[in-house]
Write a protein that binds this ligand. Structure first.
Ligand code: E4P
Length: 224
């Protein structure tokens, strides 16, 4: 399973890469805008830092413009994967980009049916959004299983990429549901490692430890 980092921040990419959590990167226009720098420079920096796929999204909604933009963007680096929207216009675009051999990530999938034509086409990734559905009090967890099954049933090489992961529960559900890849934002990893029970447990163990005779503690802590 691939773990991508869902950010355009160079600082975060470096941090999570060192922790073994960057098999690739997903960006989107909002994430790039948040950095406030030239998106072209930002993308070039990211692709140089990371060996795996870096998803970069088109910013038009009209097929001719999306195709033209995608063809230029993918020249920035060999590991760029073009994000195309899962819409009629996106499908038209995807068919044309596929003919050019351009790698794609069909994005903004909220229901597995949206991804079906893209899976049939054999795009590299299809991004199912979880958190943005759950923000409305609905669950999109079943969709992970359904999409995973439909990819298998259709015999497609498309990888199910679970996206819009908000918290540790979504992360686990994405794994259990059969995702091939998961893109996790830094804030989710921060939540994973800010469990108050962990902090309490660690503190209790170390407080008890300090009750031991100092010479015994020193012997243990300076073992060679
Ligand atoms: C996926 O590639 C998207 O960039 C991302 O997961 C969207 O997440 P959000 O719903 O937190 O914006």
């Amino acid at each position: 399973m691939e773990f991508f980092i869902d950010t355009a921040s160079i600082t975060d990419i470096k941090k999570y890469k060192a922790l073994g959590l960057v098999d690739g990167v997903t960006t989107n226009p909002a994430l790039l805008a948040k950095e406030g720098k030239s998106p072209i420079e930002q993308i070039s920096e990211i692709t140089a830092l990371v060996d795996g796929p870096v998803s970069v999204e088109v910013t038009y909604t009209e097929p001719d413009k999306m195709v033209a933009q995608a063809k230029k963007l993918c020249k920035l680096a060999d590991n760029i994967v073009i994000k195309v929207p899962c819409s009629f216009a996106g499908l038209d675009t995807a068919i044309r980009l596929k003919a050019e051999g351009i790698k794609m990530n069909a994005t903004l999938v909220f229901h597995p049916s949206q991804a079906v034509p893209f899976i049939k086409l054999g795009v590299e990734y299809a991004s199912l959004f979880i958190g943005r559905v759950e923000d409305f009090g609905l669950s999109n967890v079943e969709a992970i299983y359904a999409m995973s099954a439909s990819i298998e049933e259709m015999g497609s090489p498309t990888k199910l990429l679970s996206a819009s992961i908000r918290n540790p529960d979504y992360l686990m559900e994405a794994i259990e549901g059969g995702s091939d890849a998961i893109t996790v934002p830094p804030v989710c990893w921060e939540k994973v490692y800010s469990n108050p029970l962990f902090a309490l447990g660690e503190k209790e163990f170390l407080d008890s430890w300090r009750g031991l005779d100092e010479s015994m503690r020193v012997e243990y802590e300076s073992i060679d």
